[in-house]
Write a protein that binds this ligand. Structure first.
Ligand code: PEP
Ligand code: MG
Length: 548
């Protein structure tokens, strides 16, 4: 039995078999066994790929229908494409391995697709790369990715959010990230899915761990490998107690969120998919404060259409039945990369081409999303929120695009709420400092404390080496939040907090005292937050204690 300590991402206990996540190794240029021999290897791997794609096509056709299955058919056509084959053959003349020739051919064709005008053809770029990767997997005799088909604890160095979403979340009982950080998007997703998880452990991720038994102790932030029977019994008991405690909190369902001295506030939920709305309702959320819409894009292999997006947004507003639903527009870039967007590699991605900046340069994508949002507004209480704002000109651009979306829908005779509320995230120091001006032009603010902390402190939120210096309690951050709150209220608009700080027990009294109108947190925290708030007397809270 070995115990490793780490940092907590999400509390709770997990007891299950370990599955190690296999990261694909990069293909490097190396000498092969001659063009003919390497071409034979390529042909064999391509045959195996096509066979696997046929199987996936048939399975998807039965489970998901023609539309979803079509992707596998497209991949098959790309694998058999003659231009692709010619490119591989030409590369092999340089005496390289088939792995390298296929990867280089995939990259070259992907670059051609991504330069095309037509968005459909541009999106094929990611498909070509994926097909090339599949062929390389067969060449390297790698099994196809990591499979989870029974309750398991996933152990990895780090994991992109899009990879986590490929697993059946009900079977992922816990996650151990040996690297990573609790502020990354995959960590946030883990909390939203309520999966006990740790990061920053001194453990070597090795396939030999597969099938060993593991325990995650989310309270002490420990991971135990090969526990003895006494330890298993102890943790089974702790898990039962933890779950019973959660049951106890259910007495707060249906209650108003009130401080001890009778001040009312609202607790909303953060969700990443329209299906999570059930979880928000189960935990008695008073609204949705942040629907991270980029996860619709992350789950998709191509730009989601207006109709597809509309269905997701409509599902959430209808389920919330009149309660407010704040949907954030596309926030990709930085640690959220999507292949078919073909985002360039950047020196400083967190300071790079992301969110509203991409929407400004690719207004077609933004307009499609706005039209889907306006259409869904006819079915409930929807509000739009835009991330990463730093300037008035961006706000002006948003309003212009909203007008365009409304005109387009009106000309198509479709219903929408013409007075839809449009708000912005305060997650850059620029937005907080300019909040007096911005408050006059938008309907609400929501503070994104994750990014506001990263940009105020100039500390990368996902850098594990800086995790101990990433202090979101820093007075500079709290002063910026207070300033934004005062400016919002002066202009008569509400302000919420949708970053992770919104559930921080130490800061709750401060947020309530300065008058934050709404806290938006992962569904699992709603009831415990309501309970904590019921014990706070704002008359006893001194703001100076937090910021001076
Ligand atoms: C934030 O930055 O606080 C936020 C809520 O947005 P995200 O974590 O998705 O960047
Ligand atoms: Mg953010």
């Amino acid at each position: 039995m070995t115990t490793y300590d780490g940092n907590r991402i999400f509390e709770g206990y997990a007891l299950a078999k370990i599955v190690v996540y296999k990261k694909k190794e990069a293909v490097v240029r190396a000498a092969g066994q001659g063009a003919d021999k390497e071409f034979e290897r390529f042909e064999k791997a391509r045959e195996e790929t096509v066979e696997a794609l046929n199987k996936s096509y048939n399975a998807a056709l039965i489970k998901l229908g023609q539309k979803e299955a079509q992707l596998f058919e497209t991949h098959k056509l790309l694998a058999e494409d003659l231009d692709f084959e010619d490119e591989v053959r030409a590369n092999l003349e340089e005496n390289v391995t088939a792995e390298y020739a296929v990867t280089a051919a995939g990259d070259a064709l992907a670059a051609i697709f991504s330069a095309m005008e037509d968005p459909y053809m541009r999106a094929r770029s990611a498909d070509v790369k994926e097909v090339a990767e599949r062929i390389v997997s067969f060449l390297k005799k790698e099994t196809q990715g990591t499979v989870i088909n029974e309750p398991s604890i996933l152990v990895c160095e780090d994991l992109p959010s899009s990879e986590l979403m490929k697993f059946d979340a009900k079977l992922v009982k816990g996650i151990v990230f040996t690297k990573g950080s609790s502020n990354s998007h995959v960590a946030i997703l883990t909390r939203m899915l309520e999966i006990p998880a740790l990061c920053g452990l001194d453990l070597k991720v090795d396939e030999s761990l597969n099938n060993h038994f593991g325990i995650i102790d989310g309270t002490k932030a420990d991971f135990i490998v090969d526990p003895d029977s006494k330890t298993i019994t102890k943790y089974s008991k702790l898990k039962t107690e933890y779950e019973a405690n959660k049951e106890l909190l259910k007495r707060f369902i249906g209650k108003e969120t009130l401080t001890q001295d009778g001040k009312k506030t609202k607790i909303y939920c953060n969700i990443a998919s329209s299906f999570e709305v059930e979880n928000a309702l189960k935990n008695d959320a008073e609204g949705i404060g942040l629907f991270r819409s980029e996860f619709i894009y992350l789950e998709s292999s191509d730009y989601p259409s207006e109709d597809e997006q509309f269905e997701h947004y409509k599902r959430v507003v209808e389920a919330m039945n009149g309660k407010e639903v704040i949907i954030r527009t596309l926030d990709i870039g930085a640690d959220k990369k999507i292949d078919y967007f073909n985002l360039p590699d950047e020196e400083n991605p967190a300071l790079g081409w992301r969110s509203i900046r991409i929407c400004k340069d690719r207004p077609d994508i933004f307009l499609t999303q706005l039209q889907a949002l306006y259409r869904a507004s006819a079915y409930g209480n929807l509000a739009i929120m835009v991330p990463m704002i730093i300037s008035s000109s961006e706000i002006k651009f948003i309003h212009q695009m909203c007008e365009m979306a409304k005109e387009n829908l009106a000309s198509r005779g479709l219903p929408f709420n013409k007075d839809l509320r449009v708000g912005i995230m305060v997650e850059t120091p620029a937005a907080a400092i300019m909040s007096d001006q911005f408050a006059k032009d938008v309907s609400f603010f929501s503070v994104g404390t994750n990014d506001l902390s990263q940009y105020t402190l100039a500390i990368d939120r996902v850098n594990p080496n800086l995790a101990s210096s990433f202090n979101p309690h820093h007075k500079a951050i709290l002063r910026l939040i207070k300033m934004s709150c005062e400016n919002a209220h002066k202009a008569g608009i509400p302000i919420g907090i949708c970053g992770e700080l919104g559930r921080d027990p130490k800061l709750l009294p401060f947020f309530l005292k300065i008058g934050i109108d709404e806290l938006s947190v992962s569904p699992t925290y709603v009831l415990s937050l309501r309970e904590q708030i019921s014990h706070i007397n704002t008359a006893e809270v001194k703001v100076e204690d937090y910021i001076d």
